[in-house]
Ligand binder design. Structure first.
Ligand code: KG4
Ligand code: ZN
Length: 340
């Protein structure tokens, strides 16, 4: 506690960012320190789990130190530690959890494990201080694509998810094949700005009429086949056109289904709350903004830095979990798979 504020340290290490933030009263970000490993994993065209774990281990103490300094506090001012305990790369998640437990034990501070996906949704509590449940949430990240009915801070129900690849994964794989490399999402986003989204006729995959599920693996195969065919026939492929067309085929389905869910489940004043790394995508942001305004839906999307992995979202989620359910004990474990 400092200046009457309840202070949470949010720790995130589930993939390729070591990220730590100090959050006041579950809503205000006092610091947001992120040590990204993008430059390292770029060499391998993707995240190498063992290398990620080693870098988390090397960096986590200094990232925590920097984040506390930036917030103008010390460990003694903290009221709570929140840490991602899954889902994620297990060796990476373990580093955050073990570090958080060590500090909690040494300083006698309560600790709460946070589901990474719940963290993504909670980034919106930081971005929008007045946002309250209930709402419909679209979560689009590297490993997950889900539509969730959020009924309270700690209560939610999944109404749709991907049956195969996540949206982020679909971006990353095709980016590799067209030579854009890792991380695929932002590079496809950038390349697409110079391309025509109608240049290649990729089929949208809608599944059953009422389904809120997604499937992107067929689309990925369509893209790979198209690229191979063009190359075999000696034609030069247009990276911007493929990027724009592929991105549009993914986003059309995501936008249509999440808007339909908001209208069906959102009551009289539907709110659509977007989260996850893919929510940084400019076509998704623009498409959702115009669809939401056409249908009278209030749209919430965090700034890109709060869409991709960060500690603030974990701090916010931890605050609300702690208030509802109290702390975890020091047997808190790390999990590669963890249901919301
Ligand atoms: O949420 P996140 O940071 O990490 C996970 O929890 O997975 O999401 C990472 C994913 C990656 O697949 C990355 O390519 C994608 O988000 N991504 C984007 C953009 N920025 C990040 N995808 C599309 N457009 C972007 N601008
Ligand atoms: Zn994430």
């Amino acid at each position: 506690m400092k200046d009457g504020k309840f202070l949470t340290l949010g720790i995130e290490s589930s993939c390729d960012e070591t990220a730590v933030s100090v959050v006041a009263d579950g809503r205000t970000m006092l610091s947001n320190t992120i040590s990204s490993q993008i430059a390292i994993h770029t060499l391998y065209d993707g995240v190498v789990p063992e290398i990620a774990s080693r870098h988390h281990l090397e960096n986590i103490n200094s990232v925590i130190g920097e984040s506390l300094t930036e917030a103008g506090i010390t460990l003694d001012d903290l009221d709570l530690i929140g840490v991602t305990n899954g889902p994620g790369l297990i060796g990476a998640v373990v580093i955050g959890v073990a570090t958080a437990k060590a500090i909690a034990f040494a300083k006698d501070i309560p600790i709460v494990g946070v589901n990474h996906m719940h963290g993504h949704v909670s980034a919106n509590y930081i971005q929008y201080p007045d946002l309250e449940p209930p709402f419909i949430s679209l979560v689009v990240s590297g490993g997950h694509t889900q539509i969730i009915k959020v009924t309270d801070y700690n209560k939610c129900e999944m109404i749709g998810s991907t049956r195969d690849d996540a949206a982020g994964e679909a971006f990353d794989k095709v980016a590799r094949v067209i030579g854009l490399g890792y991380p695929g999402g932002p590079k496809v986003d950038r390349a697409a700005r110079g391309g025509d989204p109608r240049a290649v006729d990729f089929k949208r995959v809608w599944l059953e009429k009422d389904s809120y599920d997604f499937s992107f693996s067929g689309l990925k195969t369509q893209a790979l086949n198209y690229i191979n065919q063009e190359r075999m026939q000696g034609r030069e492929i247009s990276v911007p056109d493929i990027a724009a067309s592929y991105q549009a085929a993914i986003m059309d389905v995501i936008i249509q289904k999440s808007v339909r869910a908001a209208l069906e489940f959102g009551g009289e004043a539907p709110k659509l709350v977007v989260a996850g790394g893919v929510a940084a995508n400019s076509a998704l942001r623009e498409g959702l903004a115009s669809a939401a305004s056409a249908h009278g839906i209030r749209l919430y999307i965090p700034d890109p830095v709060l869409c991709t992995d960060n500690g603030a979202m974990i701090g916010a989620a931890a605050y609300y979990r702690y208030r509802a359910e109290g702390p975890d004990d020091l047997t808190l474990d790390a999990y590669a798979d963890l249901e919301m």
